[in-house]
Design a protein. Sequence first.
Length: 273
Amino acid sequence: MKDIMIVIPARYSSSRFPGKPLVKIAGIEMLRRVADIARSICLKNADCGYVVATDDERIMAFCQQYDLPVNMTAASCQSGTERAWDVVSQSAIKPQFVINLQGDNPLCPPHVIQALIDQWRTVAADIFTPYIQLSWDEYDRFVQHKKITPYSGTSVLVNKDHFAMAFSKNILPAIRQLSEAKKQLSMSPVKRHVGLYGYTYAALQAYFSLPESLCEKSYIEGLEQMRFLENGLKVKMVEVDYRGRKTTSGVDSPDDVARVEQILAEFGELDLN
């Protein structure tokens, strides 16, 4: 196994959208699109490999048809994090860094994944995850979006060394005097978390033995990354941007497929070179 392993969890039996990894987006199955993103990263990093992690024979057969690396995981896995651990823990040679690239994220820019790898190579931390510094226009749209769907979108407080201090479904930090803040600051102080994670092997292993955080419970914040913070692990925040492209956090419904196709029609395919 390589030093860096990109694991692509792919479930067939989604309650909201059964079979979604194999749905075609602009003529190409979503899982193939995500695998192409992972492959492009591995071509630029000799110590990197990737693998699809699934518990479904239909996805296994699909991967074999298209020569995509694939491992079967336990049917008991309840999350992408568990599926990623199931794959790497079974390997005789353990990767040093594990990236969890969800199989329903066909618009994940390769440069965002590369940014995590670059930081891992140079910074001592346990978990690496990206964020976007919101402009004031983006902040205003974020506030309006929260009025409609208050628990979508996560913000993060970051210290001076770019380590996470807190994640929340509320907007952090609170802005008490908005007009004054806009006069004083060229960008908003709000950082929106991007749900992509890279773990050291030790941190991913530790996740399953660490005490559960109150803030990860579904009736509080519902944020599993708070387990790391509450137990003292270092979460390195990596600033990224989308370089002018529109994006979406993932595909959860047929309507999301149409949205991704619209983005591809407007901006073209991701640059995987």
